[in-house]
Design a protein around this ligand. Structure first.
Ligand SMILES: Nc1ncnc2c1ncn2[C@@H]1O[C@H](COP(=O)(O)OP(=O)(O)OP(=O)(O)O)[C@@H](O)[C@H]1O
Ligand SMILES: [Mg+2]
Length: 260
């Protein structure tokens, strides 16, 4: 597996992350409803599929057809990737319907084994679970939700081992549910999507709350949603070269060269 970062599909974010995401890690996109989490996932997936990766996308709240429509509304046609067996979209809503997990509970081992089979059969490099929150609900009232969330994410990381994107709903400005705190803790990177009220509506923004191994300020970056481009983060005064190519601090001693 290459150590080269992979593009997030969002040019401004790639600059902020000094290249993009690392393969094999878990990333969490958290935010309130309509803040752009699914669009960000689709933008990443569309870019990776174009680059030749294969992906498994798990939906819970939206039907697969709605995911395709959301992507098509921006200008990304994902249908050919299904036909070419580069993309599988799994609808997990039956798990959570009237006959689903509610009564029996959801076993993280079983979920991860099932997802792992799909990932391996396809040869996928990416797994997206949008949203992961329903999978974090405990099988019975006596089991803590945070244990369920922890075991699910740890199993995904250890047993599936591909780059994975998880989304989680977060109340606007409110206290975080404990499961999100666990998900944020276990993910290598956490992006917070926000809608902030302005004089004439709402402004969208993203904050890199955490990104292991990357020096990045946790500040709010406003973004717009644009046709054919999706999420566009404007970084007018950003000078990426200063951070991504720092001047070497040490010089390696070479006895064959004359010293000065
Ligand atoms: N082509 C488009 N151009 C502009 N805005 C768009 C476009 N497509 C979707 N949107 C906006 O993006 C919003 C949806 O964003 P998204 O589905 O990513 O939110 P989300 O954070 O996943 O929400 P939820 O938690 O409900 O799933 C819509 O409410 C819509 O206003
Ligand atoms: Mg969504």
């Amino acid at each position: 597996m290459s150590n080269e970062p992979i593009s997030t599909g969002i040019a401004g974010l790639d600059i902020l992350l000094h290249g993009g995401f690392s393969r094999g890690r878990s990333y969490l996109f958290a935010g309130e409803a309509g803040s752009g989490k699914t669009i960000a996932c689709l933008q990443f997936v569309a870019a990776r599929l174009k680059a030749g990766d294969k992906a498994v996308y798990v939906t819970v709240d939206e039907r697969p057809s709605e995911i395709f429509e959301a992507a098509a509304a921006i200008g990304w046609n994902l249908q050919p990737y299904i036909q070419d067996k580069q993309l599988i979209v799994l609808d997990a809503s039956p798990y959570f319907g009237a006959r689903g997990g509610g009564e029996k509970g959801i076993d993280p081992q079983k979920i991860v084994a099932d997802l792992g089979n799909y990932v391996r059969r396809l040869g996928a490099a990416l797994l997206i679970i949008d949203p992961v929150t329903p999978f974090s609900l405990p099988p019975d009232a006596s089991s803590p939700a945070q244990d369920q969330a922890r075991s699910l994410i740890q199993l995904v990381q250890t047993q599936i081992g591909v780059t994975n994107l998880l989304t989680a709903q977060r109340a606007p400005g409110g206290a975080e549910p404990t499961t999100i705190a666990i998900e944020e803790h276990l993910a290598s990177g956490v992006l917070i999507f926000k809608l902030t009220e302005t004089a004439d509506g709402y402004e969208r923004s993203v904050t890199i709350k955490k990104m292991r191994g990357v020096a990045v300020a946790p500040k709010k970056y406003p973004f717009t949603l644009e046709q054919d481009r999706g999420i566009v983060i404007d970084l007018p005064d950003h000078a990426p070269t200063a951070l991504s190519n720092p001047a070497p601090m040490f010089e390696c001693f070479d006895p064959s060269k004359p010293s000065n």
